[in-house]
Design a protein. Structure first.
Length: 387
């Protein structure tokens, strides 16, 4: 039923948000979400240990003020009608923390002098059992949920520190920033080049991607420019921030040359495909299908880097996408290409508007600024009918 409800929400153009739920139901529902090809992110709340006991006490007081005892009395009435007044604290809704703890208080005569002490004992027991149950939940998150999410390759999985009376004002903003994660497809050489400034630029771009909460899609290599940006971003943001896509032939070749296989803990998640066309199509589609703010960056590289750069530029020219495209120009590396674009425009082979598709960045921050939509720049998006 929950999965069908997610489908209904999605069809209305809204975003399904799953909150809470029992540990026994969460994993099956997530399995169903993966089966239905949902692309999802996860945020878990973990307690700040120094103040968590205080948090539990404050929360209990707030629940009592909002009518907890009235709800528990309704559960008792339900028990009387459905269970012939036989108390059962390990079945259905009667398992809820608070019911068993306050049951002696609910059963006590209102005129009984010891009723208040029953209330205090119930409150103390509820707080203690809540703390114990929270430890059980934390262990489940760390031993079962987190490994499952990592294996499933969620877009991003973070743990947010739970604060007293945090509410949506604390939890909401970082979670919503995750929903708005941008993707960048970065082209770069499998060689480091002769000047260490090229590797340094790749690392600086990785740092900027981390600061701006970008996820990287790249060619899956572990050496040269590709390896530098991937490994740096994994160090900063974790393996889920990097998705490599590489043809099987190149994966085998790289493994023979380096004498080791790609380590996901160092270079992020990796998908091996059958050929170059599939690789490039998946990388480009990932960015085009990303949220506004996604785009393409070309670092220093050779034929393959240039081919990927020009294809994404051509697709922009044809209106297939309107993501930002830029070259990270290190020490004038792309001067020849930029001169050619200028000459092609002068000679009438590239239109005036199309001559400005490629943006030129000389710093990592500048490259980030050029991603996303082209900020009102000319685009043929929608003029041609592409499937």
């Amino acid at each position: 039923m929950a999965a069908d409800k997610m489908e209904e929400i999605t069809h209305r153009g809204k975003l399904p948000i799953l909150v809470g739920g029992s540990t026994s139901l969460a994993i099956p529902l997530l399995h169903e979400a993966i089966k239905r090809q949902y692309r999802f992110i996860a945020a878990t709340l973990v307690p700040r240990q120094s103040t968590y006991w205080q948090f539990i006490q404050v929360s209990a007081s707030e629940m009592l003020e909002r009518g907890l005892l009235d709800e528990l009395e309704e559960l008792r009435d339900l028990q009387q009608s459905l269970l012939a007044d036989n108390a059962c604290f390990h079945k259905g809704v009667w398992k809820a923390i608070g019911y068993q703890e306050f049951y002696p208080y609910l059963e006590a005569d209102t005129s009984c002098s010891s009723r208040q002490s029953s209330f205090q004992r119930g409150l103390a027991l509820m707080n203690a059992n809540t703390l114990q149950y929270s430890f059980h939940q934390l262990e489940w998150i760390r031993s079962i949920l987190s490994p499952f999410l990592n294996q499933a390759g969620v877009v991003c999985h973070i743990e947010l520190e739970r604060k007293i009376s945090s509410g949506w004002s604390i939890v909401g903003p970082p979670f919503l920033r995750l929903v708005e994660i941008e993707l960048t497809f970065t082209s770069g050489g499998s060689s480091p080049g002769n000047d260490p400034k090229h590797i340094d630029a790749a690392k600086k771009l990785a740092f900027a991607l981390h600061q701006h909460n970008f996820k990287l899609v790249y060619g899956g290599g572990t050496t040269g420019i590709m390896g530098a940006i991937a490994s740096t971003l994994v160090t900063l943001s974790g393996p889920s921030a990097v998705q490599g896509i590489i043809p099987v032939a190149l994966a085998k070749y790289e493994e023979r040359v380096t004498k080791k296989s790609a380590d996901p803990s160092k270079f992020g998640r990796r998908t091996v495909v059958k050929d170059m066309h599939t690789r490039k199509r998946l990388m480009i589609d990932a960015v085009i299908g990303g949220t506004p703010g996604s785009g393409f960056v070309a670092l220093s590289g050779g034929y393959g880097t240039l081919e990927e750069l020009l294809e994404t530029t051509t697709w922009y020219q044809l209106g297939i996408h309107q993501c930002g495209i830029c070259v990270f120009d290190v020490c004038g590396f792309y001067k020849g290409l930029l001169d050619w674009v200028h000459q092609a425009a002068l000679a009438g082979f590239v239109g005036t508007e199309d001559a400005t598709i490629l943006r030129i960045a000389t710093t990592a921050e500048e490259a980030i600024g050029y991603l996303g939509s082209q900020n009102g720049r000319y685009s043929r998006k929608g003029q041609l009918e592409w499937d």
